[in-house]
Design a protein around this ligand. Structure first.
Ligand code: HEC
Ligand code: HEC
Ligand code: HEC
Ligand code: HEC
Length: 384
């Protein structure tokens, strides 16, 4: 469709696009031909080629293929064209991406109670993996596509994308480098630490947002002083979110997850100092009732795809009709959504639903909700 009609397709109403869409994710998406092309990889999402330029050839094809979707992206304000916020692998860090968005003057939405021009991270798996310890060693497929054998003894790569912790063949493949380490315990340990830190940081971020909202409402602050805090708010949210919505919860790149949370906390501290507010750091798992509510909101998601669609339409207007990619975009912060402070629950949460997480307090609650398979299917729908 893009080839025929150009970037105008991105601005088309969702229903019109869907009516013309004949394929969603198919062999074509990753192999460039509907018969699978003998397994040869082809990048069919042109914005990936454009963003990465010469670097495309330096990335493993079985990583790049997944990176067509498992990446950070944004929509250009004029044409809603899908775009990646960097040029090359060096730019795939949260720091560089923030600088890119700042240079562009880009914001995903403006939060109502604070006036902060916010950013929303999508699902930066490729960015996280590319700067992690396995980048040069393994492709995404090496850890998520197990080798299976047909009844007639033919080996093939399973295209069911699974967690390596839940597949024996993949789990055994770790031993080549990790020896007899108990990989499940090792990874779950990292994830438990990162998840606890996310909860703590999210609570602090929310408290900072409330303090900023109070300052705005008081009318006693100059616009310049408020803007200095808003800048820190935007940055703190960005670094928190980059870790929070990355679906491996620290497994892909532990150092990066911690770096993001450290940076977010440093920005929160700076903002609180400017606001002259002393907010105690809650120990993970011992949130007050208010912050527990915040976490619940952040993790909460509508139970059916219809709800999502209805909400997207109600809150974002007709431009954002339930389009799968737009679902990953922030909704304007109004009413309850604004309370979440750290950003509306989007893609990260949807994917989160699909996988077991260490069951502690809030997460247990979130998981008790019925899995919304409708949403997952919707998210798997075609992207331009
Ligand atoms: C989400 C991306 C994706 C989709 C969609 C996809 N493939 Fe693949 N496919 C891969 C990756 C990654 C590899 C591994 C390539 C490598 O390791 O170099 C692969 C490998 C293959 C191979 C050769 C390797 C083997 O042992 O099986 C064949 C054949 C193949 N795919 C056929 C298909 C067909 C047919 C479809 C549609 C029914 C399809 N693929 C859809 C990503 C995809
Ligand atoms: C066309 C876009 C697209 C491509 C290409 C793609 N994915 Fe995904 N993937 C998604 C979406 C959307 C979800 C979340 C929906 C869901 O939870 O089922 C997802 C979910 C996943 C999950 C979680 C699945 C689960 O059941 O919990 C894994 C793991 C995954 N992808 C790995 C990969 C790997 C590895 C590749 C490359 C071989 C790849 N993906 C290519 C869009 C894509
Ligand atoms: C060294 C192995 C390894 C590599 C390489 C790797 N992953 Fe992962 N990935 C993991 C582990 C371990 C988890 C955590 C699984 C879990 O929580 O059960 C994970 C989790 C995920 C999830 C969340 C899965 C879920 O069940 O919710 C997605 C999506 C994902 N990886 C995509 C990717 C993509 C895309 C790439 C390449 C850019 C990639 N991974 C590269 C090991 C790997
Ligand atoms: C080709 C070798 C190789 C394979 C295979 C491999 N790893 Fe690793 N992995 C490494 C290296 C090297 C490190 C970095 C070790 C260090 O810094 O001490 C690492 C580190 C890790 C870390 C810590 C991540 C971080 O950012 O510090 C996790 C988690 C991990 N591996 C999971 C896995 C899982 C799960 C598998 C199997 C699905 C696997 N690895 C397979 C080489 C490998």
């Amino acid at each position: 469709m893009i080839a025929e009609n150009g970037v105008a397709v991105y601005s088309m109403p969702f229903d019109e696009v869907m009516a013309q869409m004949t394929n969603n994710i198919s062999c074509y998406t990753c192999h460039g031909a509907d018969d699978g092309n003998g397994g040869a990889m082809v990048v069919t999402h042109q914005y990936v080629n454009e963003a990465l330029g010469d670097n495309v050839s330096t990335i493993k094809p079985a990583t790049l293929s997944c990176g067509q979707c498992h990446i950070e992206y944004y929509f250009t304000p004029e044409e809603s064209e899908t775009m990646m916020p960097y040029h090359g692998v060096d730019g795939m860090t949260p720091e560089a991406i923030l600088a890119y968005y700042d240079d562009l003057g880009f914001a995903d939405w403006t939060q109502e109670s604070t006036g902060t021009r916010m950013l929303k991270a999508q699902h930066p798996e490729m960015e996280t993996v590319m700067h992690g310890k396995h980048a040069a060693l393994l492709s995404c497929a090496d850890c998520h596509m197990p080798t299976e054998t047909t009844d007639t003894g033919v080996e093939y790569l399973s295209h069911m994308l699974v967690s390596p912790l839940e597949n024996e063949q993949l789990l055994n493949s770790c031993a080549r480098c990790h020896g007899d380490t108990d990989m499940v315990a090792f990874v779950r340990g990292i994830q438990a630490d990162v998840t606890a830190r996310e909860t703590e940081t999210g609570n602090r971020l929310s408290a900072m947002k409330d303090a900023l909202a109070d300052a705005v409402a008081s009318g006693a602050w100059s616009e310049d002083d408020l803007n200095a805090v808003r800048k820190l708010h935007r940055e703190a949210q960005w670094f928190f979110d980059f870790c929070y919505v990355e679906n491996s919860e620290g497994a892909h790149n532990t150092a990066l997850a911690n770096r993001c949370l450290d940076t977010s906390n440093a920005k929160i501290d700076e903002a609180l100092a400017l606001l002259g507010v002393a907010v105690e750091t809650p120990a993970a798992g011992t949130q007050s009732a208010t912050s527990a509510d915040v976490v619940r909101l952040m993790r909460q998601r509508p139970a059916t795809s219809e709800t999502v669609e209805a909400e997207a339409e109600a809150e974002a207007g007709p431009a954002a009709t339930g389009d799968a990619t737009r679902m990953m975009r922030p909704r304007p912060a109004t009413g309850e959504t604004a309370e979440a402070g750290a950003g509306p629950a989007a893609t990260g949460d949807a994917t989160r639903m699909m996988r077991p997480r260490p069951a502690t307090g809030e997460t247990a609650e979130a998981e008790a909700e019925p899995a919304a398979t409708g949403d997952a299917t919707r998210m798997m729908r075609p992207r331009p």
